[in-house]
Design a protein around this ligand. Sequence first.
Ligand code: CA
Length: 370
Amino acid sequence: MTLLQGALVSVCVSLVLGGCGGDSAAPTQTQATEQQTAYRWKLITTWPKNLPGLGTAPERMAEQVRKMSNGRLDIKVYGAGELVGAFEVFDSVSRGTAEMGHGAAYYWRGKLPIAAMFSTVPFGMTAQEMNGWLNYGGGMELWRELYQPFGLIPLACGNTGVQMAGWFNREINSVEDLAGLKMRIPGLGGEVFQRAGGTPVALPGGEIFTALQTGVIDATEWVGPYNDLAFGLHTVAKYYYYPGWHEPGPTLEAIVNTDAWNALPEDLRTMLEVAVQATNDDMLSEFTARNKAALDTLVGEHGVELRPLPKDVLERLKAVSEEVVAEAAGENELAGRIYESYMGYLESVRAYHALSEQAYLNARLSPLEQ
Ligand code: CA
């Protein structure tokens, strides 16, 4: 190779790698190899494939990562049941069957009861408050500590905002009406429902419609108007109750296998984190924008009867919730620290939001809404 040919090769490499600075900025052999390596990942979810909102969010996230990385990190998304069942996502990502998963931490309550606090707590934090706790209040560090023994890294990846109490085929006029009611309701809310007299049933989203239609369950909660309309729940239940006392702002999770994460170069890790963070924010925007139109369709076109849960029912559920959540703290030392962190943050943010968000929302109510 002549000196001129050598110089041209050097220029080409600099252009390809985007580095034209001095020697100190020249890419190392390792960096050059990393920039040529494509990582093909599988992401398994607890949702039916492409379900609006919950299912489309990880698809959008994967597409953003693909574009940002110019195809170097290519994540293929699988719906529940395509590779593994909805409730097998945690174990499958832990084992490395897939590199990544998307779901909700309360689905792993049988294995890790305290994990529910990282999704939602009955009468607990809203979406805005969960994001504050996780990102700036010490919550994320505790979540990572909880999942670390399972070889998993958790990330907040979506929030639906306050959900609806759910769909019922009989009226709920008093606490007694909960007695013997078989209801699909996950997480700590399910435990509360049980102590209030009901029978909670754990079902993934994709099995709810048939279970309600065939009478396996008498009632169900799912998400809110946007997602519930998509499932057609109005065709198998008459009454739609609010508010979602059991899910006031559930955080959805992305979980990443720790070995897969460690194998990624730093730039791809950053792209993934940014896309997940964007998804976390975007989902809340989407549900906020679409729930009211879907509710209008449910009530106006399908004749759904919208009802508030009676005050005494909510008061009973709230009292039981305090017991259930406090008991979850006794599981072990880490559970105790998670409980203390969550409740400490909740107490503080609730006091501030009483005179900011809540005071404002109260002030904004029209006379008819008061
Ligand atoms: Ca729900």
